[in-house]
Design a binder for this molecule. Structure first.
Ligand SMILES: NC(=O)c1ccc[n+]([C@@H]2O[C@H](COP(=O)([O-])OP(=O)(O)OC[C@H]3O[C@@H](n4cnc5c(N)ncnc54)[C@H](O)[C@@H]3O)[C@@H](O)[C@H]2O)c1
Ligand SMILES: N[C@H](CO)Cc1c[nH]c[nH+]1
Ligand SMILES: [Zn+2]
Length: 403
């Protein structure tokens, strides 16, 4: 399901062009325009990261460290391994410099720092640069503290499409990176799409989404809160509730209307629910699974008696949360896998961010004469078919060996 708003693409293109032409001056002027903040200094001094960490209360410090530990543990288990050298093998390299977009428009996201920078560190990236929107009272303390414990090298206060352009092309102050990762709103997502090719990107991780399948065994209050937890991110956040039981749908919808009134971010929630919430009645389990796969949502949460059975059938999801004790919010903060996940149907072809996004590979071809001879005649035949005589001769001359 395509949900990027392309009517914004022209203005995003203008922003990118302006940053390429005017560099830091353009960043300052956009910060004033979109964030209402004067940014005479674009870089946050490294000492502020350490000070922020030292000033954090002990409970939050412990929480961030535990989350970091779980992220590291999980990412180490899934990291590509270096193959043994042989005649044909694949070599794994860490990227040299990466840029991380940490959102900061409607909320602060220290968790996103952990869910991105820790992965880059595990991969062995040499330099990690963070960009995040400027704030009137300075960058959020917990975000800076998370940068400190995650091993971020430099933090710049600039957000939106302009920050993505700065990372893609470099400015006087912000270094050009090899790859940009991290989630953001529509402007960020469109900018990443536009600069791709000049720089690597992870995937389009835009406004949050959840697809919940529930049956009569689901706890309606918990499900309602799971819906609200995504709706509170953004007016554009999309939430889907699927059930083959009409009463389950109506009970949960009723609970949702009650629960939303207790939420401090009610304004964002109401707009998100009004425009982007769907309650879908299906005829049976098979139809529910079909719809889940069609939506290809960022998060799929299964809260049914037979939740385990869904794992093999749900093929398109950023991440799958099985059972009532795997709420999506636990994945946002502390389970281990990154919460940076593909949105807008991108789960049809993209995966969630992992340590392997910070690696690249190249194949190595180091043939002995014997192995060369095994494939030489094939190469000559195909080169002839392609009428590429120099290719043919490059192989055939070697077939006779050195004089
Ligand atoms: N998919 C994921 O993995 C994931 C994870 C965390 C957050 N998110 C999503 O990230 C998003 C964060 O959005 P946010 O808005 O809070 O922060 P953000 O940092 O993504 O966007 C804020 C920036 O948007 C730019 N902007 C705002 N209005 C603009 C305009 N009219 N024209 C041009 N630029 C404009 C400004 O530069 C501002 O600094 C949410 O949609 C949330 O759901 C997704
Ligand atoms: N649910 C978001 C991804 O869509 C990630 C997040 C960060 N903090 C809270 N939630
Ligand atoms: Zn969330």
């Amino acid at each position: 399901m395509d949900t990027l708003d392309f009517s914004k693409a022209a203005s995003v293109m203008d922003i990118i062009r302006e940053v390429r032409e005017k560099g830091d001056a353009a960043l300052r002027s956009y910060s004033l325009k979109f964030d209402g903040v004067e940014t005479s200094e674009l870089e946050v001094p490294a000492s502020e990261m350490e000070n922020a960490w030292n000033g954090l209360d002990e409970e939050l410090k412990a929480a961030l460290l535990l989350s970091k530990g779980n992220i590291e543990k999980y990412q180490k288990t899934i990291m590509w391994k270096q193959m043994e050298k042989s005649e044909l093998y694949q070599k794994v390299h860490a990227l040299r410099r990466v840029g991380i977009y940490v959102p900061g428009g409607k909320a602060s996201y220290p968790s996103t720092v952990l869910m991105t920078a820790v992965l880059a560190r595990v991969a062995g990236v040499e330099e990690i640069v963070v960009v995040t929107p400027p704030q009137k009272d300075g960058i959020n303390r917990a975000t800076l503290a998370a940068c400190y414990i995650s091993g971020v090298d430099r933090v710049f206060q600039t957000g939106g499409a302009q920050a993505v352009a700065a990372l893609a092309y470099g400015t006087e102050t912000i270094p050009r990176v090899d790859k940009i990762v991290g989630p953001g709103n529509q402007y960020v997502a469109l900018a990443k799409k536009l600069v791709y090719g000049d720089v690597g990107i992870d995937s389009i991780a835009g406004p949050s989404e959840i697809v919940i399948v529930a049956d009569h065994t689901a706890n309606k209050e918990w499900v309602a809160l799971d819906i609200l937890a995504q709706a509170e991110h953004d007016e554009m956040a999309r939430t889907f509730l699927i059930s083959s039981d009409e009463k389950v749908l109506s009970d949960i919808e009723e609970e949702l209307m009650k629960q939303k009134l207790l939420q401090p971010r009610i304004n964002v929630i109401e707009e998100s629910l009004a425009n982007n919430h769907y309650a879908i009645l299906t005829s049976d389990r098979a139809e529910s699974i079909g719809i889940v796969n069609l939506i290809a949502g960022e998060h799929v949460s299964i809260q049914t008696a037979d939740a385990e059975d869904y794992v093999d059938n749900v093929r398109t999801a950023g991440a799958i949360f099985i059972g009532e004790y795997s709420p999506e919010a636990i994945g946002d903060y502390s389970a281990g896998p990154s919460h940076v996940l593909p949105t807008s149907g991108n789960a049809r072809f993209a995966s969630g961010l992992s340590v392997n996004d910070f690696l690249r590979t190249n194949s190595v071809i180091a043939l002995s004469r014997g192995t060369f001879m095994e494939c030489a005649a094939t190469a000559v035949a195909i080169a002839n078919e392609e009428s590429l005589a120099a290719h043919r001769d490059s192989v055939s001359k070697r077939m006779g060996g050195r004089a």
